[in-house]
Design a binder for this molecule. Structure first.
Ligand SMILES: [Zn+2]
Length: 435
């Protein structure tokens, strides 16, 4: 079952009809980009070739929001670079830039160290072998710097902080995300499966957020993107990314072949979630309806979590800070499970205050309000004491939608291919070469 590294990834090249379908998929994907404004050439007729979509992907790249909450970011460039404005004028050019703090001064002007850079949006582009390094530590000297490929777009946000967006090509982005989203000991087929999920997820976000300033954040809110790493795991990530280059997950919608949001989480707890249980902004299409049986309980270190105790006061405060309207309930006194999947996973909790008033909340929304690491999943039982709640029999880690990473690893250990793993967790999906 296992494909060797030299056999290439040819999921759509098995026979002539699949080849025809592959070409159709490419045309459809290009149409999707054009229709969604996901490229910079929206007025053109839809192109229909692999080279065309390759150039679409390269022209734009992924826009990753790296920083907009810190007043100062340490920056250096280890080689020749240019800082220019969006009109194409050069503001600064140099053989390298030593460590300096990027800040916004009292006149709302960007500064790099003592050098003023103006008030407008800038692009920092390394030349030749130059690499950008950033440190987000709020200390006088840079700590734990991170290296980034591509270029930076730098502006000033509404709060008066520097806002940094990294424009990076998709394949580099995928290779950078993998080591941050997987354990280093995971099998290579797991890395390959994950690379397709990461690539598809970001392309889906690019199509959805074409008119936004950025496509994804560099955190768990999207996918963890720590920049370029070196070492053995980074090498395996690059191999997996290269092996699946340009391959995405699609499904056959009534309107034609479409990308979908390839959710994944660390540990589903034994069965995957229907996206409808967690989200209202993503349709519950066949690859995302969940209910997939998973072997993660056999090996996942994060399968069962320890009981968590929290005072009713703190629980209420955390809830109200995310849902201010719940303040009307007063202190939350009781939590009932009023919605469950057919296998018993809670989907809706009823929160009751001191009076008869109550409010229902999706189980996943409650988890995120309380803390995604405090309650490691929404699959738990509750007990209400006099002044506190206990959350016990917790199973799984993460939202449980889509692909389960520990289950993926278990399948890879059993000799299953990346393609088989993806098709298991996203039922009815197709593997499509996008470029
Ligand atoms: Zn699982």
């Amino acid at each position: 079952m296992r494909q060797s590294a030299h056999s290439g990834w040819h999921p759509t090249r098995e026979n002539a009809s699949q080849r025809r379908r592959s070409r159709r998929h490419i045309a459809i994907l290009v149409t999707l980009f054009i229709a969604s404004g996901g490229c910079q050439r929206q007025n053109r007729a839809a192109p229909a070739g692999e080279q065309e979509i390759q150039s679409l992907v390269n022209v734009r790249g992924v826009r990753v929001l790296l920083a907009d909450r810190s007043p100062a970011i340490h920056l250096r460039v280890t080689g020749p670079f240019t800082i220019g404005n969006l009109a194409g004028d050069t503001v600064v050019r140099g053989p390298r830039a030593d460590w300096a703090r990027l800040t916004v001064d009292g006149t709302r002007q960007l500064r790099l160290g003592n050098r003023p850079l103006g008030t407008g949006t800038l692009e920092l582009s390394p030349e030749r072998d130059g690499t950008i390094e950033l440190s987000f530590s709020q200390t006088a000297r840079p700590v734990s710097p991170r290296r980034y490929a591509g270029r930076l777009r730098i502006s000033i946000n509404a709060a008066g902080n520097p806002r940094i967006i990294n424009f990076v090509d998709i394949e580099t982005y995928v290779a950078c995300v993998l080591p941050a989203e997987l354990f280093p000991h995971f099998e290579q087929e797991a890395f390959r499966a994950q690379s397709v999920a990461v690539r598809t997820y970001v392309l889906y976000q690019m199509a959805q957020r074409a008119h936004s300033t950025h496509d994804v954040r560099a955190t768990e809110a999207s996918q963890v993107y720590p920049g370029i790493r070196t070492g053995a795991v980074a090498g395996r990530a690059r191999e997996a990314t290269q092996f699946t280059k340009g391959i995405v997950a699609t499904w056959t919608s009534p309107e034609g072949e479409r990308l979908f949001c390839t959710f994944y989480s660390a540990c589903c707890g034994g069965r995957t979630q229907d996206v409808a249980n967690c989200r209202t902004d993503v349709p519950s299409i066949p690859p995302l309806t969940g209910g997939v049986t998973c072997s993660c309980p056999k090996i996942a270190t994060s399968y069962a979590w320890k009981p968590v105790r929290m005072s009713k006061r703190e629980f209420t405060d955390r809830l109200v800070s995310r849902y201010p309207a719940m303040k009307g309930l007063g202190r939350i006194e009781d939590i009932q499970t009023v919605g469950r999947t057919s296998w018993g996973r809670p989907t809706v909790f009823r929160l009751s205050g001191g009076s008869v008033a109550h409010q229902d909340l999706k189980a996943e929304d409650l988890r995120l309000a309380i803390g995604s690491r405090t309650l490691r999943s929404s699959n738990f039982k509750t007990h209400a004491g006099r002044d506190d709640f206990e959350f016990f029999d917790g199973r799984g880690f993460g939202h449980g939608m889509g692909m389960c990473q520990w289950g993926m690893q278990e399948m890879a250990l059993s000799g299953r291919s990346a393609a088989a793993i993806l098709k298991h967790y996203y039922p009815t999906m197709n593997l499509t070469r996008a470029y």
